[in-house]
Design a protein around this ligand. Sequence first.
Ligand code: ADP
Ligand SMILES: Cc1cn([C@H]2C[C@H](O)[C@@H](COP(=O)(O)O)O2)c(=O)[nH]c1=O
Ligand code: ZN
Length: 197
Amino acid sequence: MTDSENTFKSAKSAGCIEVICGSMFSGKTEELMRRLNLALIKNLDVHIFKPQIDTRYAQHAIVSHNQKTMPCTAIPTSTEILKFKKDQQVIAIDEAQFFDRDLPHVCNTLANAGIRVVVAGLDMDFRGHPFGPIPALMAIADDVTKLQAVCVRCGKPALYSFRFTGGTTQILLGETNAYEPRCRNCYHNYSTKSHSL
Ligand SMILES: Nc1ncnc2c1ncn2[C@@H]1O[C@H](COP(=O)(O)OP(=O)(O)O)[C@@H](O)[C@H]1O
Ligand SMILES: Cc1cn([C@H]2C[C@H](O)[C@@H](COP(=O)(O)O)O2)c(=O)[nH]c1=O
Ligand SMILES: [Zn+2]
């Protein structure tokens, strides 16, 4: 190991929780990957997790809407994260809205042990209601980044994920086949699928 690698590895930083949230297509996974790539350049040990339920693109990778990928471990419940060895300097979690209510406690445990925890997930479901453990995580996070997509109806910043098919169950995996990002006005005033911009 070189001197500079040693310096980076031994610099024990304080743990923290970073939350990246927003609507679908707002760039949450890309932003997560950007932060993780910077950590990898610093030779930090990174471990990425996602909920097993998210089989949308791949079982062992996180995947952005523009097909960037990074390998990950898929797990059934958030407490599984604590069973892995704890010498990672950075732990990342994507699609965190699908995890259970233990996730804030798990993230706090990791952060208190000196680990940087970066979590990405939807803050709201298709009804505009808080989604899973994300709101509770936002409350205890050191840093929260809320991203916006482009509204497909009018081009304004989009904070909602409008669902135009698939019924009313909260969880429905999908992308442009079922969802489109919308601004507040278009979300509340138009109830059918948009023609694209
Ligand atoms: N309406 C839209 N607004 C913003 N980005 C969009 C839109 N439709 C497709 N995209 C693509 O989605 C990418 C973001 O993907 P991703 O990081 O996976 O988002 P998220 O994880 O928030 O769903 C953008 O860089 C862009 O290429
Ligand atoms: C709004 C909403 C979304 N989902 C699903 C749809 C996708 O599979 C993911 C979100 O993925 P992204 O990376 O943020 O684009 O969540 C859902 O199950 N229920 C919803 O209300
Ligand atoms: Zn709009």
